[in-house]
Design a protein. Sequence first.
Length: 334
Amino acid sequence: MDHTGKSKLANNAKPMNTFEALGLPVARAICYSGFREGQRPGGTYPSYAEVKEDLLLLQPHWRYLRLYDIDPHGELVLEVIQGENLNFKVMLGAFIEAEMNNFGCPWGGGVYTEAELEFNRGNNEKKIQRLARLANQYPDIVFSLSVGNEACVDWTDHYVPVSRVIEYAKEVKRLARQPVTFCENYVPWLNKLKPLADELDFISLHTYPVWEYKHIHESLGYTQQNYYAVANLYPGKPVVITEAGWATNSNGRGIDPEHVSEENQKTYYEDLMAWSEREKVLTFFFEAFDESWKGSPEPLEPEKHWGLFRIDRTPKKAMETPISPVDASIANLK
């Protein structure tokens, strides 16, 4: 497969039109977290004015937003969208925390005391209730619900047993009317998450070629391989991409510094959008803005550098060119 997205794999059936399956207009999607310099979850949160500024910057380009948690930031984003009459639809998530130790977490962050795990179990149940409450409070804005993020993959630092995620999915489906999903790396969908898939309305996968040491010229082909491996396994279920992106800096921790740049991010973004729009695969690009609170204190830590915009809200190369006619039509969708 070349980087233009023309498949050379004969066994890949045309993917399901996920927009049609979910009853959505075709439009672009972005992962949004608005934490600026000096802000972080559990600390200082973005203000109403800051969130409004972000959303006005994003609105000409994207219709769908993915929010990761029902924390004060997530709730404020919904408030701003409603209060300012902005043209967004939201995939709203609950970020469930570790309920079981994961001694295989490569950075050693997956081990907790039993008291911490027990607290998380109770807190996760409260988060699931709050997720459903906000979905019912904002039914015209929230179009889908996610009961967790990367909580079952082997390397996670917040491991939750599949059986518990199934319970959460069932509970949200009982309490809210929006379609329910779970956002996870593509690998667990190939085996351990099959029982969970049966309970979900659609599957949400993550694909990161640059984390797997792929060169930019291999990137879209690898993403497509990841996608088709899952989609072909669940032919009757919509499969969307809820994270795919390209870092623009790296200190060498997990990502080859020679593979990251704004030019490479621009190439991957444009190729991914062209393929996903042609095939009608709902794809959330990761992510809107750089976030300095993430990862280690090192300035070139790759976790800090996935945004299409820098943390000061100036555009990187992928967003420097004027919006295309496709983007303009998206911005005007009602």
